[in-house]
Design a protein around this ligand. Structure first.
Ligand code: G3P
Ligand code: MG
Length: 244
């Protein structure tokens, strides 16, 4: 089934107003009017897929060391909210399964970014694929799986073929079209900063949708949409109304 996109996608939940990659972030994204959210999935040491952006702990929680060196139980005890604001103290790092259940309950569609720690690309993509197959067989039109790591998209193509894939990149490098085609992607997700109108046209002419990140300025967002971008991934809840 085709991908049912909206024009705005909440980045890491709604990162301007809630701690990133948390269930409260998803709740606040839904309250702000988002119907899609993006989030990052990384494996714990005991191979539980959990939501986290950085390879290192500490920026978005009170942990230390490498994320992938700790078991899910220890990661789940960290405070993932107090760093953002005192009101969010006690927020936890959710598992991917918890995030899926939360988004499902809130009616949020998901851009699942596979974010492997170095050396863990294949296993992370395998576990994400297994989880999607087990928990989301009814949501294939409401999920797009993306990654900067080509290996992850190869594994997703093989292990979770029913789910749409997005070719995530900084800029359109040589060979992007062939790579996105080979990986069976439906969309290309470039950084908006180097993006040009001609690049957006090239993506469209090649038959892909364009999702671009991370767009927080409403004027820039309007320009990108006018160029033909399908969706902007944003931290800012005000973009929901601005692009309505
Ligand atoms: O998926 C879009 C965007 O999230 C990619 O960059 O570093 O925010 O995960 P990053
Ligand atoms: Mg991301």
């Amino acid at each position: 089934m085709g991908l049912r996109l909206s024009r705005v996608i909440g980045h890491r939940g709604v990162a301007a107003t809630a701690p990133e990659n948390t269930l409260t972030g998803f709740r606040l994204a839904a309250e702000a009017g988002f119907s899609w959210v993006e989030f990052d999935v990384m494996l714990s040491a005991d191979e539980v897929p959990m939501l986290h952006h950085d390879e290192k702990l500490g920026r978005t929680n009170d942990g230390r060391g490498r994320f992938c060196a700790q078991d899910a139980e220890a990661l789940g005890r960290l405070d993932a909210g107090a760093w953002f604001a005192p009101d969010f103290a006690g927020e936890r790092i959710p598992s991917f399964a918890d995030a899926i259940a939360c988004c499902r309950a809130l009616g949020l569609a998901m851009n699942v970014e596979i974010k492997p720690a170095k050396g863990h690309a294949i296993r992370t993509a395998e576990v994400v694929s297994e989880t999607l197959n087990a928990l989301c067989p009814d949501l294939t039109d409401r999920i797009v799986v993306s990654s900067f790591e080509r290996e992850c998209l190869e594994v997703a193509k093989e292990k979770a073929p029913d789910f749409h894939r997005g070719y995530l990149c900084e800029r359109l490098a040589d060979g992007w079209r062939q790579a996105a085609e080979d990986l069976g992607c439906v969309s290309v997700h470039p950084n908006h900063r180097p993006l040009t109108e001609a690049a957006v046209a090239a993506i469209r002419d090649a038959g892909f949708r364009t999702l671009t990140y991370t767009v927080n300025d409403p004027l820039r967002a309007a320009t990108l949409i006018a160029w033909g971008v399908d969706a902007v991934i944003t931290d800012e809840p005000s973009l929901v109304a601005a692009l309505a």
